[in-house]
Design a protein around this ligand. Structure first.
Ligand code: GLU
Length: 476
């Protein structure tokens, strides 16, 4: 039997959007205004490399400008195309609305295999792409603020920031034109780990509510849960690392491009990451069983499945065989609309991408605010906070002494209480708060509305409601 045809990624996002708006009471014109992508700019530019001119195709799509700047990453991959950037830009709109990051949605992409180029070549290509976008205000601190995505990272963001600054020599806020920069080039502590950290915070919030666990047929906490991760890139690595090292989960499977590793006792995430760094893939890793047909490991028995790499890895072809009762979409669009329907039918709980991977853009928001305020978080308060805490500790000590030392303050309490929060702690605290509040808003809709039986629809309802409110406030 041949597999029925999947809709494209953008069609998939539209289908999911339509499912949600069918439950809302929006004027049809507004519904259409929110759904459509406002504009997509395609650029073809040439760069002289290795003695000849090579032409590259890039995109920057702006889905919604109900808030500005618009926000979203730039990805470098051979599969980049207009349909994909538009789908991803739409997801950015809903994602930002859901976690209350005050941005519209955008996304960019360059059709390139970055592994085929030397660092200095990538720098020239990136600077040229940035130039093309910046001269049309598609990179701009108050208009459009890119960030890392698949195939890009801190290094590319530093090049983009520098390129923008060269073109806008008197812009005092130039460094806020892009987020995800290295710390020494205007970045913020905790941005690299942010998306994976957000996945951890999302799961912690899930396991705080017995009703949610019951829907997935799970009990207890993250401790001892068996987790399979697809993709050990920045997002998958950090999520797996934090879950296994801080919450006691066991990473029983890791799926990578060249195959998968399984180990019921739990894989050492840092060791696997180091192996991939050295050997290019998971093949040959000694402390786990290697499975050449990696995709079948997605179908293995586990408690939590974390697709953290590509789109459409769970599709009409394998959805029926997925055993995990809980899927958290660390990647954008890993479950197609068709697979989503099958999994819903089976009772699988899916924590949707627009929420699950919003940790990245949340910390991007903090970085952007830091850049605009030109001061690191905590710089003014930290020592004053420590001084005030010292007063409390001294006073407790005085009382204790006066009472003949019947009570004493433990050294470990003192250590923890006296330390003022640094930037990283503040970023994590802001991220945790954001992930909890956004989850709770989805949860309320999920449990309280009789017509919503999944978190994705709940997420769309919350997000679309917020976007609609912005448009209404503008008088549209
Ligand atoms: N590319 C990331 C995403 O898909 C981050 C976007 C950002 O930080 O603006 O959410």
């Amino acid at each position: 039997m041949s597999t029925p045809k999947e809709p494209s990624f953008r069609e998939s996002v539209d289908l999911m959007f339509n499912r949600a708006v069918a439950l809302m009471d929006l004027p049809p014109g507004l519904e259409e205004k929110i759904r459509v992508c406002n504009a997509t700019y395609t650029v073809r530019f040439g760069v002289r490399l290795r003695g000849q001119i090579q032409t590259f195709t890039g995109y920057r799509s702006v889905h919604s400008e109900h808030k500005e700047p618009v926000k979203g990453g730039i990805r470098y991959a051979m599969g980049v195309n207009q349909d994909e950037v538009e789908a991803l830009a739409a997801l950015m709109t809903y994602k930002c609305a859901l976690v209350e990051a005050p941005f519209g949605g955008s996304k960019g992409g360059l059709r390139i295999d970055p592994r085929q180029y030397e660092d200095h070549e990538l720098e020239r290509i990136t600077r040229r792409f940035a130039y093309e976008l910046a001269k049309r205000d598609l990179i701009h601190p108050s208009q459009n603020v890119p960030a890392p995505d698949m195939g890009t990272g801190e290094r590319e963001m530093a090049w983009i920031a520098d390129q923008y600054a060269r073109m806008n020599t008197t812009d005092i806020n130039a460094v806020a034109c892009v987020t995800g920069k290295p710390l020494n080039a205007g970045g913020i502590s905790g941005r690299v780990e942010a998306t994976g950290r957000g996945v951890q915070y999302a799961l912690r919030e899930f396991f705080r509510d017995a009703r949610d666990m019951e829907k997935a047929g799970l009990t207890g906490s993250l401790d001892g849960k068996r987790v399979i991760v697809q993709g050990l890139g920045n997002v998958g690595y950090h999520a797996a690392k934090f879950l296994s090292q801080e919450d006691g989960s066991k990473i029983t499977g890791i799926v990578e491009w060249d195959g998968a590793l399984v180990n019921e006792a739990g894989l050492d995430v840092d060791a696997v990451r180091a192996w991939i760094g050295k050997h290019g893939g998971v093949t040959g890793f000694p402390d786990g069983t290697y499975v050449k047909e990696g995709a079948v490991v997605l179908e293995e028995d586990c408690d939590i499945l974390i697709p953290a790499a590509l789109e459409a890895v769970i599709n009409l072809g394998n959805a029926e065989r997925i055993k995990a009762p809980l899927i958290i979409e660390a990647a954008n669009g890993p479950v197609t609309a068709g697979a989503d329907a099958i999994l819903r039918e089976k009772g699988t709980v899916i924590i949707p991408d627009m929420y699950a991977n919003a940790g990245g853009v949340t910390v991007s928001y903090f970085e952007w605010v830091k850049n605009l305020s030109h001061i690191r978080f905590g710089r003014m308060q930290r020592r004053q906070e420590e001084a005030r805490h010292q007063l409390v500790v001294d006073e407790l000590q005085r009382i204790s002494d006066a009472m003949g030392n019947t009570y004493s303050i433990t050294e470990s309490f003192k250590q923890k209480y006296l330390r003022g929060a640094d930037e990283l702690e503040l970023v994590r605290s802001g991220l945790d708060d954001t992930m909890r509040i956004a989850y709770q808003s989805m949860r309320d809709v999920w449990h309280e509305r009789g017509d919503v039986d999944d978190l994705r629809t709940a997420a769309y309802l919350v997000a679309i409601d917020k976007v609609a409110a912005s448009y209404r406030a503008k008088g549209l």
